[in-house]
Design a protein around this ligand. Structure first.
Ligand code: B1M
Length: 211
């Protein structure tokens, strides 16, 4: 069995080349791509976050780790899409305006598309108007919003209000997530659902299709 802690370490030290090499080795050893993301890459990123919090790491360290993780996700994304599962629902997803964190959102988008959802990823720093326009045009079953900063969490509530004002709220289910977001916060802003991580987002979105 491949030791995924090696991959976590490569993310921790922001070594892109090593991360790519170890991701390929893990795949060759038969490791499931979802396990590589959750137990290797994401676990490493959690350490980076802790080190940033306690002053051991600075912004460039986070950037290097992010670069390494993105490179690994690029390798894994097509493999998660190769499941051959028929499309079960449409999701528009993005990171809200003012927020430049897109790795978690990318993980969620990748896992959703690997589990049968058609995903329209609007990227990061997405203005409310863009969310509204895309919901109006694509008519998704689900709108997903990600926020990683306490300062950008309220933007998700603003988008929900804008959906109401545009008369679109009843046409789409809203799921929110991101490290500082909680179920209580999701209830507070009037979202339909919350998921703590990408793995949980998949069954939660499937449940939303039946509501
Ligand atoms: Co930033 N950053 N960052 N950062 N950064 C955090 C979030 C922070 C917690 C670090 C810390 O202090 N420990 C802190 C926020 C504090 C707060 O608000 N309370 C922070 C800060 C302060 C900042 C800056 C302000 C730093 C500065 O400039 N002084 C700045 C802000 C820039 C901005 O956005 N305007 C900044 C910048 C950056 C980088 C650009 C360098 C980089 C992001 C690169 C990128 O994303 N392209 C970065 C990084 C890498 C982090 C940490 C270390 C890692 C985030 C990450 O990618 N995690 C982060 C610390 C941490 O979270 N531990 C931190 C891995 C990812 C897989 O997990 O994103 O949580 P996560 O996603 C999970 C779940 O949250 C959930 O599922 C995902 C997958 O399982 N989820 C959803 C996410 N979205 C979801 C949506 C859903 C459902 C589930 O439904 C739609």
């Amino acid at each position: 069995m491949f030791d995924l802690s090696l991959l976590s370490k490569a993310i921790d030290v922001g070594d892109r080349e090593k991360t790519i090499q170890l991701t390929n080795e893990a795949l060759s050893a038969g490791t499931n791509p979802q396990d590589i993301i959750v137990h290797g890459l994401q676990a490493g990123m959690a350490v980076v976050g802790e080190k940033f919090s306690n002053g051991e790491y600075f912004l460039p360290d986070m950037l290097m780790a992010a670069r390494a993780m993105k490179a690994a996700l690029e390798i894994l994304k097509p493999l998660l899409k190769e499941t051959g599962i028929p499309t079960i629902g449409k999701v528009v997803i993005g990171t809200v305006e003012g927020d430049m964190h897109d790795i978690g959102k990318n993980v969620v988008a990748t896992l959703l598309s690997g589990n049968g959802f058609e995903v329209f990823d609007l990227g990061l720093n997405v203005p409310a108007k863009k969310f509204i326009d895309e919901v109006s045009e694509k008519k998704p079953h689900i709108l997903g919003m990600s926020a990683l900063l306490t300062t950008t969490m309220p933007v998700m509530g603003k988008v929900i209000k804008a959906l109401e004002e545009a008369g679109l709220r009843s046409s789409v289910k809203v799921i929110v997530g991101g490290a500082p977001v909680t179920q209580d916060y999701a209830n507070y802003i009037g979202a339909d659902a919350y998921a703590h991580d990408g793995g949980k987002a998949v069954p939660v979105c499937k449940q939303l299709l039946d509501k």
